[in-house]
Design a binder for this molecule. Structure first.
Ligand SMILES: *[C@@H]1O[C@H](CO)[C@@H](O)[C@H](O)[C@H]1NC(C)=O
Length: 314
């Protein structure tokens, strides 16, 4: 998977920047990273041409304010002039971005899974602990090389909660109560012909034999699926659900009530005395408000079992 990150650099340009021994001395001792504070106050102060004894490197800078001013202009210009937006692929790769001029600015990674910002003004700024890390920055008068690399991206999770019903209760699912004769609960494997599909429990849509029986009226359970802060927009998921019933009069459906997108075309279950678990699956793209609804409608009062409902990123 490829996500694009953009680094923005505000590049200072100054016409009075001369390459000389004074500038070399600054650069040999850390450049902007070491002397940004000195330079910004130096540049904000007025010195006469004869002032001496100011600043570092008196011999290389010949004690001349003009030399210091030039060097500071080279390494710590505050004039925003140009912005470049190189893109880097963060999947563990390392990208070197070379821009010309001195740098004061920010590095930002936008999009998956979050926005991070840092100031590229020290020797090793860090954009983020979870996404993009600037591992080295070297500053010189004409070239700035920023090497970035990423550390592990968070994984995008399966997002249905209690889809195997192994909590032993219907936790996280809610009966919609649209059919007064039927409701969902959780039952043990022993109560299911052929048993649970996995482990001990499955969900069961159970009709009350005392009625009022409403043939063909669906009964629903639902859960709000918290989509996926850790996943990119447009992430696709494999929806899977396993269903069985002894009747051959039941229709089963699943859909996203947020978008109205149906997951499964309504399917007539095969039934039988030891019915198979029927797998229903489809690749879907959940929206942001995502309500997973599971429903069944039967023309007889026969139990319908559900197990192992999941939405797994693909
Ligand atoms: C589906 O959404 C509609 C509209 O918001 C709402 O009235 C209805 O209760 C929802 N159905 C279920 C099963 O949650």
């Amino acid at each position: 998977m490829l996500f694009l990150y953009a680094c923005l650099f505000f590049i200072g340009v100054n016409a009075r920047c001369n390459t000389d021994n004074c500038l070399n001395a600054f650069n040999n001792h850390g450049g902007y990273a070491s002397y940004s504070q000195f330079c910004s106050s130096f540049l904000a102060t007025t010195y006469t041409a004869t002032t001496s004894g100011v600043g570092p490197f008196p011999s290389q800078c010949k004690n001349l304010p003009s030399k210091l001013s030039s060097a500071c202009s080279c390494i710590a210009s505050t004039t925003s002039a140009t912005t470049t937006s190189p893109t880097v692929s963060p999947d563990g790769s390392t990208t070197t971005i070379t821009v010309t001029a001195t740098v004061t600015g920010t590095c930002s990674a936008t999009g998956f899974p979050m926005t991070v910002t840092t100031t590229v003004s020290s020797a090793s700024p860090t954009c983020s602990a979870t996404t993009l890390t600037v591992t080295s920055v070297s500053l010189s008068t004409t070239t700035t090389t920023v090497t970035t690399s990423t550390i592990a991206q968070p994984t995008c999770p399966q997002i249905v909660i209690n889809g195997g019903f192994e909590a032993g209760i219907l936790a996280d699912w809610t009966n919609f109560n649209d059919n007064p004769d039927a409701s969902f609960s959780v039952v043990t494997s022993a109560l299911i012909p052929g048993g649970s599909r996995s482990s001990f429990y499955s969900a069961a849509l159970i009709f009350d034999p005392l009625g009022p029986f409403l043939p063909g009226i669906p009964a629903d359970m639902y859960q709000s699926v918290l989509a996926p802060q850790l996943c990119s927009a447009g992430q696709q998921y494999l929806f899977q659900m396993y269903v069985k019933t002894v009747a051959n009069t039941c229709y089963v459906n699943a859909y996203d009530n947020g978008s109205g997108q149906s997951f499964i075309d309504i399917l007539l279950m095969p039934g039988g005395t030891t019915p198979p678990w029927v797998e229903m699956s489809i690749v879907v793209t959940p929206g942001t408000s995502f309500e997973l609804v599971v429903e069944a409608a039967c023309d007889t009062q026969d139990t319908v079992w559900f197990d192992d409902i999941s939405l797994t990123p693909v």
